[in-house]
Design a protein around this ligand. Structure first.
Ligand code: NDP
Length: 249
């Protein structure tokens, strides 16, 4: 029997990038999965087709995680369809980069709304279900930028640092019911979020990465799978950097 047989997993923002790799990995391990997307239905359908071709089950749900009513509807749909939720991967996130003096209030608000309000909206609803089940795994996508900062990303870095405080606080609240809450903090990962980085900037960044390359979505998904599985039984409130050694430099 596969590791996650019988489990139901929701990965927010799983039409592309790291979320896509996570939902594929969880489905491969036997979980029935929910592919949440914001704007790219075709991409979500491709992920679903890939999972179904391998014999898995996947439900697609469109929802903007920053909107409480849409998240509520998504959770109602999951419960109506599968009646349980065992794993939540809070992956969806956005950037709106700019130096502080040029950053518009809208750029600040959009990033905070998706990256933090979205995290709150989804975790609160998942927690309600998991507390009743007396089990569950929650994995939050932070970033090394939340630990070391980054020029032009004051809004994004603030949210990614905030995710760590949220992770520890919710881990404390939920530990007595056997629910773990952990975070992964990727460094530079090959995805649409990083494809606009210029060659010159890329060469500069590689100097700061001991492994001298960007990571892959799959490499992040491996850790997310571990933290979502029963192999991870005595770990909560922790952050795991997946950054090729970047924060050591
Ligand atoms: P991508 O930009 O490639 O994908 C973002 C995903 O989030 C898409 O599936 C998108 O949906 C979804 N999304 C965006 N806004 C919303 C919303 N409001 N509601 C629901 N879904 C939404 O991102 P990555 O894969 O690169 O990043 C994933 C996570 O990992 C993020 O939290 C990011 O901060 C973090 N991370 C990424 C790093 C990297 O180097 N790539 C490094 C460190 C952390 P759709 O396609 O439908 O629009």
């Amino acid at each position: 029997m596969a590791e996650l047989t019988g489990k139901v997993a929701l990965v927010t923002g799983s039409s592309r990038g790291i979320g896509r790799a996570c939902v594929l990995k969880l489905a491969e391990a036997g979980a029935r999965v929910v592919i949440n997307y914001f704007s790219q239905l075709e991409a979500a359908r491709e992920v679903q087709a890939q999972i179904e071709a391998a014999g898995g089950e996947a439900l697609i749900i469109q929802a903007d995680i920053s909107q409480s009513d849409q998240v509520q509807a998504m959770f109602e749909q999951i419960m109506a369809h599968w009646g349980r939720l065992d794993i939540l991967v809070n992956n969806a996130g956005i950037t709106r980069d700019g130096l502080l003096l040029r950053m518009q209030t809208e750029d600040w608000d959009d990033v905070v709304s998706t990256n933090l309000r979205g995290l709150f909206n989804c975790t609160k609803r998942a927690a309600k279900i998991m507390l009743k089940q007396k089990s569950g795994k929650i994995v939050n996508l932070s970033s090394v930028v939340g630990q070391v900062g980054n020029e032009g990303q004051a809004n994004y870095a603030t949210t990614k640092a905030g995710i760590l405080g949220f992770t520890r606080s919710v881990a404390l609240e939920m530990a007595s019911r056997g629910i773990s809450v952990n975070a992964v903090a990727p460094g530079y990962i090959e995805s649409e979020m990083t494809e606009s980085i210029s060659d010159a900037k890329r060469a500069e960044l590689l100097q700061k990465i001991p492994f001298q390359r960007f990571g892959s979505c799959e490499e992040v998904a491996e850790m997310v799978l571990f933290l979502s599985s029963d192999k991870c039984r005595y770990i909560t409130g922790q952050t795991f950097n997946i950054d090729g050694g970047m924060v050591m430099k």
